[in-house]
Design a protein around this ligand. Structure first.
Ligand code: NAP
Length: 283
């Protein structure tokens, strides 16, 4: 059994991004937009900016007060859409209640939508056309690929059908030629479905839900879940200790999918900058 080291893979990916930037004339730029004073969101934004610094991506943050109106937020995004230094715009979710999240996400220029949440990018993902893909699902695919287990022809089971993790992960696996089953809270006998998986991706937000009885011997298990227990400990959706001996490869929590999500954000920002440079060259 292999424990897939997401931290090491993320460091490797970030080093490759840094080398690519150093060797080119492109200076990618990322803007993070945060509304309100959520301390966890502030930490996420600052971590992302630190990661940008390390690889040579210019970054800036727009910290807007909790009472910011939707119109003012849209004006900020509009300004960033028109700023040539900025190639990626990240709107930290959740947004305060009165603001319509969908309207805001769709206000980001699709070519700067490094989270892959804009409907244009969602459509491109469905159609399997080039576009910016969501970071966590991209990281999941890289982690599976790192095991050298073939995705093509495998049966992949994805637990969770959210727009930001479950659905895009299922589509990426489909485009990698897996046969995909997407499970959710209404799936009947989910344990039996999971037992048929060569590749199991758990993204349901239920601590240690996946037990060894739900695993096919030798499966690849990717745990996207981040759950805080009452004692403060962070655990995934998979009962790691029990499942690991039966898996061919498994990601830990923390240290699995999480670090790859940020690495993929940097990769998307670089990709957006390369595409912008190509468009400018053409124009
Ligand atoms: P979400 O929007 O709450 O969606 C959860 C999904 O899981 C829903 O589709 C739900 O089904 C399904 N589900 C819930 N309980 C279930 C059960 N008992 N059996 C089967 N399906 C069940 O969550 P999310 O945003 O996708 O996030 C999922 C987890 O990943 C969370 O722990 C989150 O913190 C973590 N996450 C991690 C990263 C990272 O970078 N590592 C990034 C994003 C999210 P229904 O649709 O039927 O309700």
């Amino acid at each position: 059994m292999t424990i897939i080291d997401g931290k090491a893979l993320a460091i490797e990916t970030r080093a490759a991004i840094r080398h690519k930037i150093e060797a080119s004339h492109i200076r990618p730029g990322l803007a993070a937009v945060l509304v309100g004073n959520n301390p966890a969101s502030k930490i996420y934004v600052n971590n992302k900016r630190k990661a940008c610094d390390e690889v040579g991506i210019y970054s800036e943050a727009c910290f807007l007060p909790e009472e910011t109106s939707e119109a003012d937020l849209l004006a900020c995004i509009h300004r960033l859409n028109n700023d040539p230094k900025i190639h990626g715009i990240l709107v930290q979710l959740p947004l305060p209640k009165p603001i319509n999240e969908r309207v805001v996400l769709d206000a980001v220029a699709p070519e700067k939508d490094v989270d892959g949440f804009h409907y244009v990018n969602v459509g491109k993902l469905v159609a399997n056309e080039p576009g910016l893909r969501s970071c966590t699902p991209l990281g999941v695919i890289k982690l599976i690929q790192s095991t050298k287990v073939a995705i093509a022809g495998s049966h992949a089971v994805v637990m969770g059908r959210s727009n930001i993790v479950g659905k895009p992960t299922a589509l990426l696996l489909l485009h990698e030629h897996a046969t995909v089953t997407l499970c959710h809270s209404k799936t009947k006998d989910i344990a039996a479905v999971c037992r048929t998986a060569d590749i199991l991706v758990a993204a349901i937000g239920r601590p240690r839900f996946v037990t060894k009885e739900m695993i096919k011997e030798g499966a690849v298990v990717i745990d996207v879940g981040i759950n805080r227990l009452p004692d403060g400990k962070i655990v995934g959706d998979v009962d790691f200790e029990a499942v690991a001996p039966h898996a061919a490869a498994i990601t830990p929590v923390p240290g699995g999918v999480g670090p790859m999500t940020i690495a993929m954000l940097l990769q998307n920002t670089l990709q957006a900058a390369i595409w912008a440079d190509e468009r400018n060259g053409r124009g």
